[in-house]
Ligand binder design. Structure first.
Ligand code: TXA
Ligand code: MG
Length: 348
């Protein structure tokens, strides 16, 4: 398939390009588009055949439901009811990087919700995304625009790498501002439950529901009967081509341990190191990439997927990563990092 690629200036949005991409959605095709979290791979959420194409293009397991993206608060036609807590979150954090789970209406096809009675809905803050949805005149179902299992794309180049030739249209904008996928909150239960941590943190959400908690199945190594409430959280994810190992603990000890592993393996392995601005000069060997300053976890989150992907281009045999404290955005960063490492963590 010939994929049309159009790059749009986020500060001067060309309506003609939005119209062209929207017409692909209206005709049942697929469009990769920017959001503030990561790029999405969109189709008309209410068109079964269009949604089926998303699963095929990504190689996505059929039991993994899609998030529906909307451009305004009018979601009554997609859900059975909007619980009061959900309304409070919508008023506070929409548009923005948070997805809410509702009981779905009959209008949402079963393939979109992967057979579940519930549906995830999000109103992105990215203006290109909202204009595309508005112009398409239909809610847009969109998973992250990567091939299943790979790190989510945070720029147009990553979308092109994964999806060129597989979809009709790639709509490019700026690099994603958040860089980690949305927080997912199940609003069908009391208290509320976080199914995927993101940059809208549990601390922020506790101001709305003091009892909100994180699904205990997602932060630690999956057991055999592992059954997270967000089906997608059980799959290997965010993985670059080479294995990732996390070293966790005091920064000085972490650096020493990483240097020890590098030196032991130097003769036969090319090793990548995921470091931070505080530590990057302390690794004399290996290919060192910094995620940013430890005092700015939002920068670390924004750069994580791009850094994971960057190691594929230089073909390393092993990637060693520093860890982050599981507090605030650190919870989301460590959730993605642990999954990319298949939960291979050494504590020092
Ligand atoms: O930030 C985001 O959410 C990005 C952008 C494109 O909006 N989208 C995204 O979609 O991350 P995806 O498909 O890569 O991840 C969606 C996650 C999966 O883990 C899926 O299982 C879960 O959301 N999910 C979707 N609908 C659900 C539902 N009804 N109940 C529980 N989990 C659901
Ligand atoms: Mg994804």
């Amino acid at each position: 398939m010939n994929t049309k690629i159009s790059i749009i200036d986020e500060n001067d949005i060309a309506q003609s390009i939005i119209n062209e991409a929207a017409s692909v959605i209206k005709e049942g095709g697929l469009v990769a588009f920017p959001t503030e979290t990561v790029y999405g791979l969109g189709a008309n959420a209410l068109d079964k055949l269009a949604v089926e194409k998303i699963f095929k293009a990504k190689g996505r397991p059929q039991d993994n439901p899609l998030i529906i993206h909307v451009s305004n608060f009018d979601i009554d036609f997609l859900v059975k009811e909007i619980p009061c807590m959900a309304k409070k979150i919508m008023n506070r954090y929409w548009p923005g990087p948070i997805t809410l789970i509702f009981n779905k209406s009959d209008l949402v096809p079963r393939i979109t919700s992967a057979g579940l009675d519930t549906v995830g809905i999000r109103m992105p803050s990215n203006i290109i995304a909202r204009k595309l949805i508005e112009e398409a005149g239909t809610p847009i179902a969109a998973p992250s625009a990567n091939i299943s299992g790979r790190p989510s794309p945070t720029d147009v180049e990553s979308c092109i790498e994964d999806l060129s030739g597989k979809i009709e249209y790639i709509l490019g904008g700026d690099k994603s501002k958040v860089g980690l996928e949305s927080t997912i909150v199940d609003c069908t239960c009391t208290p509320l439950c976080i199914l995927r941590p993101g940059t809208i943190t549990i601390e922020m959400l506790r101001e709305i529901d003091g009892k909100i908690y994180i699904d205990k199945n997602i932060m630690s190594k999956p057991k055999n009967d592992f059954k997270p409430k967000a089906p997608g959280m059980k799959y290997r994810h965010y993985a670059p081509k080479s294995p990732v190992k996390i070293i966790s603990g005091d920064l000085e000890k972490t650096v020493a341990k990483i240097n020890e592993i590098v030196q032991t393996n130097m003769g036969n392995k090319k090793i990548g190191i995921i470091a931070t601005d505080e530590s990057k000069k302390k690794y004399p060997y290996g290919t060192v990439v910094s995620l940013g300053d430890r005092d700015h976890l939002d920068d670390i989150g924004r750069n994580l997927f791009e850094v994971l992907r960057s190691f594929d281009a230089i073909d390393v045999d092993l990637i060693l990563s520093e860890a982050f404290e599981e507090k605030g955005i650190g919870v989301a960063i460590m959730n993605r990092l642990k999954k990319s490492a298949g939960f291979d963590i050494t504590y020092v």
